[in-house]
Write a protein that binds this ligand. Structure first.
Ligand SMILES: [Zn+2]
Length: 230
């Protein structure tokens, strides 16, 4: 059933990945190509709560529609000495502003900056990703949940706690080896300074959330943003 859903969604998702709008996928776009039994399976996944899987990740809920988003703009990193454009990314407007303030400071202080590899992701796209990545985890929902949040549980889809996955200008994102990102001067800077701009590390090493260590994944907590208060 899972495989047949992914197959039915391929013609919808593929062009959206091309033009960068996959992260804004709506529930309607996700459900329309599917049969009734396939839709029921999606409903079952949406009803799942992480706590029943032994994880403690919070359920933020699903927004009825995408929040007020702004484009991060063209981002280009260099990978193996070649310029590589990143996929288009979106952030809630105030989070984008906070990120830009933080990067101006990082650039001024250590001459480096980080890019947004993944910003806002709609809950519908999050569900698609969950189904897609189950293949990497023996189709185990519990194991997949350690690496990919269920819809409604991801900070990438929670504008009140918006997450950003960072990548540096040389393409280091920690995806294969978290230690690589952890060793970056950019990461050391974030640990010292991100708090002043309202950003916090979500999944530290040895966290009790049953979530893997993700040094690249930071979220914005507006109440902690001291940079705008002078
Ligand atoms: Zn993330």
């Amino acid at each position: 059933m899972r495989a047949s859903i992914l197959e039915a969604l391929e013609p919808v998702i593929a062009p959206k990945k091309q033009d960068g709008s996959a992260v804004l996928l709506t529930w309607e776009e996700l459900y329309t190509p599917l049969t009734a039994p396939q839709r029921e399976l999606l409903d079952d996944f949406r009803a799942l709560r992480a706590e029943t899987l032994g994880a403690t990740s919070h359920y933020f809920g699903e927004l009825p529609s995408n929040p007020d988003l702004a484009s991060v703009g063209q981002q280009t990193i260099s990978k193996e000495a070649a310029a590589k454009p990143l996929d288009p990314q979106y952030l809630p407007r105030q989070v984008l502003k906070a990120y830009e303030r933080m990067m101006a400071a990082m650039q001024a202080e250590i001459g480096r900056r980080l890019f947004v590899e993944s910003g806002y992701r709609s809950p519908a796209y999050q569900l698609y990703l969950f189904l897609y990545y189950m293949a990497n985890h023996d189709l185990s929902v519990t194991e997949t949940n350690r690496h990919v949040a269920l819809p409604g549980h991801s900070e990438h889809g929670a504008p009140q706690r918006q997450a950003i996955d960072f990548i540096n200008e040389d393409g280091v994102n920690g995806e294969e080896r978290p230690e690589e990102f952890e060793a970056l001067p950019e990461y050391a800077w974030l640990q010292q300074r991100a708090g002043a701009y309202g950003f916090a590390l979500s999944y530290p090493r040895g966290n009790t959330l049953n979530t893997a260590f993700e040094p690249w994944h930071w979220h914005y907590e507006p109440e902690h943003d001291r940079s705008t208060k002078h």
